[in-house]
Design a protein around this ligand. Structure first.
Ligand code: NAD
Ligand code: WQD
Length: 338
């Protein structure tokens, strides 16, 4: 029996592949390297087993997807593969709807055809939009503002409907803000071009690839005026997927269930910069610039339901997230190109 990890060469998929291997599973990856590289797969193999299978294919290619299910005894799927940049999704919405919804439908359809029951899906706290109350529970209203967010919201609905009709058991994991890297420094986040996200940007300033961080606004209604987010160590997140697969045979059996994966701790942009400075041992150059349209002032998870149904809670704090992200970035200033 094997677990199929779609988007397995990507940031969260690579860390989850390692955690799944450590849980004793046979792991099969599929990725089209649209936003990752074969070097990431080599690094995963160095942390797991040299014969870990990775199939290079687009999920929307039904023939290839079907062949993977036929060649390997797949009985669980973790579906990460998607485009994920909010700004880009506004510029090229059809590419986002086509890829993200097309992949989700292809995965669900192939699972049904092969009688595979257990699916873990990468959703996002973006489905909460501008939350009315924090911490955010899974019962909060959902909706999304960007085409990217819409693809997550719609994928959740598609999977709820398929679960009902075809007896799929699904965990919709709503991630907050993943950061950090595997403690070995062998795998980590390697964004293309200038990073959109805070921590990769900060780390590229620290390593000298970028000059200065722009802090998007310091006049929000928060203690230091900068936005608050729930940063979660990517290894904690990865472990949450192992717990979710196990819960699909226990408390989550027979349903399609949304679960927050966050720490429950909110950190401001300036607190993240200070934690990064402590990890790096040098100041990070930054300036306050205009607010970024669409940013919410503060959001963090209520992690209680994850603990109840998955038996999982995050273990690593902000200092550990920055230490491990810096370990990855400083050893690989140009990511997998090094
Ligand atoms: P990533 O871009 O590093 O990984 C996604 C992987 O999927 C890439 O390796 C890419 O090449 C692959 N891929 C994309 N489309 C494909 C297709 N059609 N066929 C085959 N492979 C394809 O992104 P990530 O940060 O690891 O995110 C993983 C998942 O988690 C995504 O679904 C993302 O939307 C979701 N998510 C990410 C974050 C975050 O901040 N990183 C937060 C919430 C949710
Ligand atoms: C974090 C904070 C910025 C960059 C995004 C997606 C969301 C989810 C997680 C996928 C904010 C501030 C950032 C910079 C800054 N992804 N910031 N200067 O926006 O919380 O969430 O990633 O599902 O859908 O929207 O993350 O890392 O972009 O920003 O001041 O150069 O850092 O304003 O307060 P965000 P982020």
């Amino acid at each position: 029996m094997a677990v199929l990890v779609t988007g397995g060469a990507g940031y969260i998929g690579s860390h989850t592949a390692v955690a799944l291997h450590e849980s004793g599973r046979e792991v099969v990856l599929i990725d089209n390297f649209n936003n990752s590289s074969p070097a990431a797969v080599e690094a995963i193999r160095s942390l797991t087993t040299p014969d870990l299978v990775c199939v290079e294919a687009d999920l929307r290619d039904r023939g290839q997807l079907n062949a993977v299910f036929e060649a390997h005894d797949i009985d669980e799927v973790v579906h990460f593969a998607a485009h994920k940049a909010v700004g880009e999704s506004i510029a090229i919405p059809l590419e986002y709807y086509g890829n993200n919804l097309g992949s989700t439908i292809a995965v669900a359809e192939t699972m049904v055809e092969h009688g595979v029951r257990k699916l873990v899906f990468s959703s996002s706290c973006t489905v909460y939009g501008q939350p009315d109350a924090i911490p955010v529970t899974e019962r909060a209203p959902t909706g999304a503002e960007s085409p990217y967010g819409q693809t997550k919201h719609m994928s959740e609905q598609i999977l709820r409907d398929v679960a009902e009709a075809a007896d799929l058991d699904v965990a919709l994991l709503r991630y907050f803000n993943p950061v950090g890297a595997h403690e070995s420094g062998a795998i980590g986040e390697d964004p293309n071009g200038i990073p959109d996200n805070l921590v990769p940007f900060v780390m590229q300033v620290a390593v000298g690839r970028l000059k200065k961080l722009g802090v998007f606004g310091d006049d929000y209604d928060t203690p230091d005026g900068t936005c608050i987010r729930d940063y979660i160590h990517v290894v904690d997140l990865a472990e949450g997927h192992v717990s979710a697969l196990e819960a699909l045979d226990a408390k989550l059996r027979g349903a399609c269930t949304a679960v927050n994966l966050g720490t429950g701790v909110g950190s401001s942009v300036l607190e993240v910069v200070a934690a990064a400075e402590a990890a790096v041992g040098e100041p990070i150059a930054y300036e306050i610039v205009d607010r970024r349209p669409g940013d919410v002032a503060q959001i963090y998870a209520d992690p209680a339901y994850a603990e109840e149904v998955l038996g999982w809670r995050s273990q690593r704090n902000l200092a550990e997230m920055m230490r491990d992200h810096w370990n990855w970035q400083s050893n690989n200033p140009n990511g997998f190109a090094d």
